[in-house]
Design a protein around this ligand. Sequence first.
Ligand code: SAH
Ligand code: SF4
Ligand code: F3S
Length: 454
Amino acid sequence: MRAHVITYGCQMNEYDTLTIHSELVAGGHEIVDAPQDAELILLNTCAVRGKPVEKVVSLLGDLRKERRRGRDLTLALMGCLAQLDEGQAIARKFDVDLVIGPGAITDLVPALDAVERRRSDAHASAPGGVERLHFRDDLVDHITPPPPAGTQTGFLTIMRGCDHHCTYCIVPTTRGPEVSRPLEAIMHEARAMHDSGVQEVVLLGQNVNSYGLHDPTLPSFAELLRLVARVGIPRVKFTTSHPMNFTSDVIDAIAGEPNVCTYIHLPVQSGSDRVLRRMAREYRRERYLEIVREIRAKVPDVVLSTDIIVGFPGETEDDFQRTVDLFDEVRFEHAYMFIYSARPGTPAHTHFDDMPREVKTERLGRLIERQKHWALEANRRWIGREVRVLVKERAKDGHYVAGHSDQNHTVLVPADQVRRLGLHRVRVDHATPHTLYGGVLGEREGAVELRLAS
Ligand code: SAH
Ligand code: SF4
Ligand code: F3S
């Protein structure tokens, strides 16, 4: 079949989409770029908040209309939503043919065959689709093919699942318990990326710092980071870190390996111990600040970002103020700030009452303003300095090309100064809260030969 995958959610899902592609191709299917050319549409979904779920429902509504107008289309619901009762109910409502959880991607091709058999067997045309919802062990061994030549960023999943039980979060239900991938699979994939010219690799996991914790034969995350760094890919990033396992050896590895990005995403969720307790986050504010102090002392020019949930059930104005003054203390260069979204099946949804939307929105607005202030302050300090930028694409207005610095700043440089994608030396001359602007000083040796699409 001609197949098209639509991806929602986090980078883990983007990586899973690569695995879905390779499974489909191995099974004799063809990947097409345009959804209108496809006979099979697969939705690789996210369920972390209400919004991504609404997007899927709205797309399924459109696709149902097309089917009713006579388009012959097979539909698969995959990703995190597929694993939930909520997703399975949606699948039934929209006559989705195939429901495959994120732990069962390697079942996709046989399940597609099962859908075909059902269709051709008139007697077995029972209502409902084919479901595969178990967590398959072989998925962690899975090796995705090296990215095509010219790809600059390679995603590399090092672990799957999550053993934490943050009370707001649906991910442990959708992704199952933590499993670390075998070291050989990771190293094989990293070397293949290096050989195909990938300029930056992003190590992925719900909590990358838990890598190897449950298996004494595996290295720790800090050791793994060093091993991957030494493969020679110019830049190594990783996400997401959990403060609980963010130990000194991880900080030392970041400080000690020159190609590990000096950007650390360390979700704190709230600045109030009372809220952290209700969220079942295993650290408290002071421990978080201790980690931040150690990072700032050992990693010069480090850029810190975080995730925040605003308006968690029971968050008082005082609690919220604790988050605001945590921002004043840490001065995060970047933050992903979310309004609490009650997810059916999570302890917070079962046990706590949501608060009025206006209160949450108003608090979010105030926090965004605060964060902008610190981000601008931090970005201004880069004016006049040189950064190394991986130029990736033409920016929206066409006059600039966009890339990321080693500290993960978004950096824009005039398009007429750049002849190829790849790593460049850039002097920063202007800063806004979200972006640095600068001029190219030179290309780094070995910048990949690629013409910019106009
Ligand atoms: N494993 C990662 C993050 C996974 S989800 C970690 O623990 O850091 C990404 C972010 O989504 C979380 O950090 C949290 O800030 C946010 N999030 C998760 N569930 C949410 C919910 N129910 N409502 C709002 N934001 C949520
Ligand atoms: Fe969700 Fe918490 Fe696990 Fe992150 S650590 S995925 S927020 S349960
Ligand atoms: Fe969403 Fe699943 Fe990622 S819920 S954020 S796609 S782990």
